[in-house]
Design a protein. Structure first.
Length: 415
């Protein structure tokens, strides 16, 4: 498989993943709150469950990807995630049966589904980026990451429309559709995904524990010997703490703080679809303009972008939390989406450019663990604040948790 084909497989994989995610997560908060009856603390605890799973399994699955096969790890991930989402979408059927007793309450069933999902996420995390970087080379990944993010946004637009249509019929249907897409993606990857540049660790089968422990040690040592990677690991912890609060509570904040304007017969489900559709459309245009205006392969551009955009993220998140204006809140939400769509691929490219091939997936997984630690520690704290006081207060706290990342990015920019 040549580089062009590899790139197209990567584009297709992430297009389908984003399509499935958009279908499920556009209306998931309404599904959780109205169908499954979760409160703000339970919303956060669901996120904590998946993050704890990632903390436990991330390094293990990253080591497997570096020791045996990145391709195999990715394919395993798609099937596990598909099964988890199908199960999560089926919870209303279980909760109305005799299973919904004792520990098998609706909330417990959801925790089980998220635990399974967490395992799937760890098999995917790091392995996809490591596979692509090995196959096409480090010099080509930055533009591929940016283009992939644009395709993901396009997929999100399509997914939003599908999500609203399905949720208008039944709130659990988006999860069933998303799970089915992951299963189909797994079949597609089995057929079309190739792996030519990966070098399997010697004794991977004869002495598996020794081979995997050697890979893990190599990854940890590599991070310790590069101060920039240590700094990025710390940054991911604070980013994780902030993202968990915002990602889990922004819909609940809008539902609690505002009365949605009456425009025709638009209900809340459609409103959320419109908000995310317009925001995604704006982000696509902003990303295209930014990569045309700046050379996103340049480390200096990446460093400055991450620093200034992270400052903007803190500012607009606070405004989003405290403003009494519905339309200003939506505007801030759209700006936060633009910031995330630009910085995410830059961070991925910058990180991959610092890594060595043999431990790439392991190091990326350790970085993923850092993010999960931030979400696992920050999430419950923010959730308690949201439940005992106000969701506004919890969102402001989430913004404050991002300030150490601003300081660290500033140090890197100056150096």
């Amino acid at each position: 498989m040549d580089k062009l084909e590899t790139k197209h497989v990567y584009y297709t994989m992430h297009f389908i993943i984003s399509l499935a995610s958009s279908i499920m997560f556009t209306t998931y908060a309404i599904y959780y709150i109205e169908e499954l009856g979760l409160n703000p603390l339970q919303l956060i605890l669901i996120g904590t469950a998946i993050e704890l799973t990632i903390i436990i399994f991330e390094s293990v699955t990253g080591v497997i990807a570096d020791t045996y096969s990145r391709r195999l790890s990715i394919i395993i991930a798609t099937f596990i995630l598909g099964a988890a989402f199908l199960f999560e979408g089926s919870i209303p059927y279980f909760s109305h049966s005799s299973l919904a007793v004792g520990v098998l309450s609706t909330f417990a069933l959801l925790l089980i589904a998220e635990f399974i999902r967490g395992i799937g996420e760890t098999f995917l995390s790091g392995a996809d980026q490591a596979w692509l970087t090995d196959e096409v080379g480090e010099e080509a990944v930055a533009k591929i990451f940016v283009r992939t993010n644009q395709l993901r946004l396009v997929a999100s637009l399509i997914g939003i429309i599908i999500s609203v249509a399905l949720a208008s019929i039944a709130l659990n249907l988006p999860y069933l559709a998303g799970g089915a897409l992951y299963i189909l993606l797994g079949i597609f990857l089995c057929i079309y995904m190739k792996e030519k540049s990966f070098e399997k660790v010697e004794a991977a089968y004869e002495k598996p524990w020794k081979a995997m422990s050697s890979t893990l040690l190599s990854g940890v040592t590599f991070i310790k010997n590069k101060p920039l990677l240590v700094m990025l690991l710390v940054v991911t912890v604070f980013i994780g703490a902030t993202s968990e609060g915002f990602d889990r509570l922004w819909e609940a904040h809008l539902l609690e703080a505002f009365t949605f304007p009456s425009i025709g017969s638009l209900d809340v489900v459609v409103w959320f679809g419109v908000i995310q559709f317009v925001g995604t459309l704006i982000s696509i245009g902003a990303m295209e303009w930014y990569q045309r205006r700046f050379d996103v392969n340049q480390p200096k551009v990446i460093r400055y972008s991450l620093f200034y955009f992270t400052i903007g993220q803190v500012f607009f998140l606070i405004i989003f939390a405290v403003t009494p204006s519905f339309y200003l809140a939506i505007g801030c939400f759209w700006v936060l989406g633009i910031i995330g769509s630009i910085t995410a691929p830059m961070y991925q490219a910058w990180l991959n450019q610092q890594l060595e091939n043999k431990s790439r997936a392991t190091v990326l997984s350790i970085m993923g663990q850092g993010n999960a630690v931030g979400q696992g520690l920050g999430g419950p704290f923010v959730g308690v604040i949201a439940t005992r006081y106000y969701i506004r207060t919890a969102l402001v706290l989430s913004a404050i948790l991002l300030l150490p990342a601003v300081v660290l990015y500033g140090k890197v920019m100056k150096s």
